[in-house]
Ligand binder design. Structure first.
Ligand code: ZN
Length: 401
């Protein structure tokens, strides 16, 4: 009997690679994507298993960098059994093609950070759920004028820069991203310090001018949180944070967009992606109601009412997060902007990976990258199966038509 090569070959499929969808086999070994040329000509090995994909599409796995919860779990609210809650969401995300995510906490009481943060550890994905890349902390260092659903009494100033940050959050070990308002006193130093620690800084819930935004980018920030929402509207004399999309800074700025069909008008989506195509990152910004029926939920300490799939701060018409899944956002975005399929997929894969600086291992199907991917119907874009590190972690019962 021949020795096992450990190779799996996905055959008869279309794969997204280098911004093009090409008909090519995908080779996997030890959880990574392999170079077939090397296998044929140097190693001279054959696959142990060949999977016929029947002309389906293979996209890199989706990466959600802003998600507050889902399936009844709110990452900022449920401080008992945090691990169980995160696990529940991580597992449910698999059916939506999400292979990695950043659990997101909104502005919360100091005690909540201490209780919750140490329990959301960075961890690799598998059958148990999507990879946890680290926590995205949205607030409490935001501008009260642009608070959205964040609660006044927990919003904090940044007087002592990183010392204040450490004092409020406690440990930053599990954190990969912080959204703050760059116009707050002390923010400049905090941005520099967070960047030095390898934590990405996103600008949001902010009334910053373009000049303040540019200063923040110069000091290390590289993202904007949910573009258009909770910031100054575009003004031709001072375009505010929105202006960063066309700023002359030579650094690529990434910006999260919620394309659930509610938060951002299709024309605004088109303006964004035509102005700065490489920076667009789809986020779900999903709340606990994701995957569940209308009703009453929480986002952090704030009560939320979901009606007709729209999440509002209780008793108001203020939108707070979405109930959409990231795969739905990809479909909505493609329809709204009439962009190419390649581009739509990259906004939920390659772009978020680049924004977090992990594109050497995630967000693409390059040789050497993690074998995290989604098999989809090429027309309906329905997720048919999800794979993490080369292992099938979800399989849909329907054929996706
Ligand atoms: Zn927000």
């Amino acid at each position: 009997m021949k020795a096992k090569s450990g190779l799996t070959r996905f055959h008869n499929c279309f794969i997204l690679r280098d911004s093009a969808i090409i008909k090519e086999d995908l080779w996997i070994r030890n959880g990574k994507i392999e170079n077939p040329e090397h296998i044929f000509y140097v190693e001279q090995l054959e696959a142990d298993e060949t999977i016929n994909c029947e002309s389906l599409l293979i996209s890199p796995g989706f990466i959600d960098i802003q998600i507050n919860g889902g399936w009844g779990i709110d990452f900022s609210y449920d401080s008992e059994n945090v691990e169980d809650g995160v696990h529940k969401v991580a597992q449910n995300l698999l059916s939506h093609g999400v292979t990695s995510f950043c659990p997101t906490m909104v502005t919360s009481d100091k005690e909540k950070y201490k209780k919750i943060l140490p329990h959301i550890k960075k961890s690799p994905g598998g059958k148990h759920g999507a990879t946890i890349l680290g926590v995205h902390l949205e607030g409490p260092f935001i501008n009260i004028e642009k608070k959205g659903a964040h609660m006044d009494q927990y919003i904090k100033s940044l007087d002592k820069g990183i010392d204040t940050i450490n004092e409020i959050y406690g440990s930053l070990d599990n954190v990969v991203m912080v959204t703050l308002a760059p116009e707050l006193p002390g923010a400049t130093q905090a941005i520099k310090d967070l960047t030095k620690l390898g934590i990405k800084v996103a600008l949001g819930h902010s009334a910053a001018s373009l000049a303040q935004g540019e200063e923040a980018i110069k000091n290390g920030a590289n993202l904007i949180t949910h573009l258009f929402n909770a910031m100054l509207p575009f003004h031709h004399r001072d375009p505010g944070l929105v202006g960063l999309l066309a700023s002359t800074t030579n650094k690529q700025v990434y910006y999260g967009i919620i394309s659930d069909g509610l938060h951002t008008h299709p024309a605004a989506l088109r303006i964004a992606c035509r102005t700065n195509p490489a920076g667009l990152v789809l986020v779900s910004d999903a709340v606990a109601a994701q995957g569940l029926a209308d009703g009453n939920y929480h986002i952090g300490p704030q009560r939320v009412t979901v009606q007709g799939g729209k999440a509002y701060v209780e008793g108001t018409k203020t939108l707070c997060g979405s109930t959409a899944n990231l795969d739905e956002c990809v479909r909505t975005f493609k329809e709204a902007t009439d962009c190419t399929l390649e581009y739509a997929l990259e906004t939920a894969t390659l772009h978020p990976a680049r924004a977090l600086g992990i594109e050497h291992r995630k967000g693409n199907l390059n040789f050497g990258s993690d074998a995290d991917f989604v098999v989809m119907h090429p027309k309906t874009l329905k997720v048919l199966s999800t794979w993490i590190a080369g292992e099938c972690v979800y399989k849909c019962q329907s054929n996706g038509v």
